[in-house]
Design a protein around this ligand. Structure first.
Ligand code: AMP
Ligand code: MG
Length: 329
């Protein structure tokens, strides 16, 4: 089906955006680029429209969606009981890859997976911002992949997973970060990171001046509903190496595997590789991470071994995705 339309991400074509907004208003599904990964969007106010997202993705119905907005007025509509200091901070941070979980406002039960809270963010990308403004609606949009598969960084990957299940795919080139937004929640004097992402824990701490805890590291801590599901994973087996030396040793023994690694490590091993970027530029590694999982699946090798990265800045999100994809192997 020819439902893929190319746009300039910095100046999307008005006619295309108008068509996309009409699809959203009529209850259809539009996939679009954001600064994190590609999203699969529908009218967040409509239970019927949001229901189509779950069906297209094969997503469990208790795993809530992120509601995307383009103005602070929309925040006060979809969420409620927002402390002033949080609204002030969000006003300065947004648009950007930070999602906040708040008590729900005027929003349906399908977008929130039946919870009394809603996850909200304002994306820093012209395409979704324009789509939200033109349709006059908040847009619920999880990542535009089939449930369980790696999130899409390219429109071609959306097509691979969803194709005729969506009414339109807007191709605005690669998503900028390549990992999803950071999901946070406020708990008394603390901020819980429910999912590490493109917005760093260090920045959250500095901006809010509060204690920040990564809740996936805590026993019995509140968790993002999505955490219980297998995520971000290639279909083939992948193992996380605990050191560079381990990979060097495996390469000397040989076997039917490929190594997902940095340029730096690739120069030291004599082994097939899928390159992730430079260790000195974790943003590059983040952009190549999910596409590398898809490359592993398409490769001739039986399994993959992936190099560990430093859990600093966006490295925390990179390692979170790698650990989920390897499930502690
Ligand atoms: P996705 O957009 O596919 O990356 O998934 C959205 C993420 O946000 C999932 O991990 C959800 O579990 C999380 N999320 C959405 N709404 C809530 C909420 N009300 N409370 C906690 N986590 C949420
Ligand atoms: Mg997702």
């Amino acid at each position: 089906m020819n439902n893929v339309v190319k746009v300039n991400p910095l100046n999307p074509d008005k006619d295309v955006m108008e068509r996309a907004a009409n699809i959203i208003k009529r209850g259809g599904l539009v996939a679009f680029p954001t600064e994190t990964v590609y999203g699969l969007g529908a009218n967040a106010k409509s239970d019927d429209s949001c229901g189509k997202i779950y069906i297209a993705k094969g997503r469990p119905s208790d795993n809530p969606l992120i509601v995307h907005i383009s103005s602070m007025e929309q925040l006060y509509d979809v969420a409620s009981r927002i402390p002033d200091f949080i609204a002030e901070k969000l006003h300065t941070i947004w648009p950007g890859p930070l999602t906040v979980v708040l008590p729900k406002g005027n929003i349906g039960k399908v977008a929130t997976g039946g919870l009394d809270t809603v996850a909200v963010r304002m994306p820093a990308h012209k395409v979704p911002l324009d789509l939200i403004r033109r349709s006059g609606l908040p847009i619920a949009a999880p990542s535009a992949n089939r449930s369980g598969k790696p999130s899409p960084v390219y429109a071609s990957e959306v097509r691979e997973d969803l194709d005729e299940r969506v009414d339109m795919i807007i191709d605005g080139g690669p998503a900028f970060f390549g990992v999803e937004s950071t999901v946070i929640m406020f708990k008394e004097e603390e901020i819980l990171i429910l999912r590490p992402g493109a917005f760093s824990a260090e920045d959250i701490k500095e901006i809010f001046g509060m204690k920040v805890t990564v809740s996936s590291n805590l026993e019995g801590a509140p968790r993002a509903p999505g955490m219980k599901y297998r995520h971000y994973a290639p279909s083939k087996k992948m193992f996380l190496a605990d050191s560079e030396e381990y990979i060097q040793q495996k390469c000397r023994q040989r076997g039917n595997f490929v190594v997902l690694c940095s340029y730096e490590l690739s120069r030291k091993i004599d082994c097939p590789t899928i390159l992730l970027g430079s260790r000195k530029d974790l943003y590059e590694v983040a952009r190549n991470l999910f596409p590398s999982f898809r490359k592993l699946d398409k490769s001739e090798y039986e399994y993959g071994i992936i190099e560990p990265f430093e859990e600093k800045g966006i490295g925390l999100a990179i390692m979170n995705r790698i650990k989920k994809a390897t499930e502690g192997k």
